[in-house]
Design a binder for this molecule. Sequence first.
Ligand SMILES: [Zn+2]
Length: 301
Amino acid sequence: MQVILVSSRFSLAKSINVNMRHIVAVFGVFLLVVLCGSSALSWLAVRLRLPMVQTQIESMQTREMEDKEAKARSNLRALAARVGELQARMVQLDGLGQRLSSMAGLEPPARRPEYENEGGPFVPAPIDEKKLEEEIDALSRQVEAQTLSFASMESLLRADMVRRAFLPTTMPVAGPSRLGSPFGVRNDPFGRGVALHEGLDFVAPYGAPVLAAAGGVVVNAGYHHEFGNLVEINHGGELITRYAHMSAIKVTAGATVQRGQQVGELGSTGRSTGPHLHFEVRKNGSPLNPSDFLASSLARR
Ligand SMILES: [Zn+2]
């Protein structure tokens, strides 16, 4: 490239040859000047703490700090609210625990103090991070203790449910019936003097369905010279029920029966003066009063 310089001082025009090397050199110098200039400015800004730059940096830092603090505060507030909710739930669970343990016949767990007749203006409590952590720890411990106590209650209640499921509490005669001889001492119906009546008699029409008073296993089903057609059901725990004087037997020994399942038909076989069901409950071979088991069924009759 050829550049021609024209000056009034010169009568002649001057010409300079510009090649690629010159352009690169000029550009390089320009870049160097820009870089040095900006570095020098930055250095000066920091070194001399130029007031405007310093103020800007400080205000930026302050804003950032404030943002962070606001976020942390709002997180803490949310956490404190959660802790409050959890504490309220724990109070509810406490109440449930108390009721359940009294149902399960357990010593009720210590109740946390409750205050009544409270009042006063609402003043937001200052949130203390350390205190919040302590409260969360305390809540976790309470939850663990509560879980353990609920688990033991559950197993007790389950055991109780299983035990109750096999108690002879269902009426052994379907349809209308009236009570005959009660459990206890009575005069022998065949005139042989005072005798112990080891069961409860239900008077009902001949052929009325006789039902298992609870689930169990039939351990005896056959004829007995005194009991007539007799069925015996074992309900576990050495608890046995007897159904006597039936006109027909509907189960066989060894069969499993459900609560309320028909085991026979009411009759007057064996040592009997008329159609009735002689019903016995025995524990470890000793007779128990069937009314104690049938109380609620008898009341509903
Ligand atoms: Zn009887």
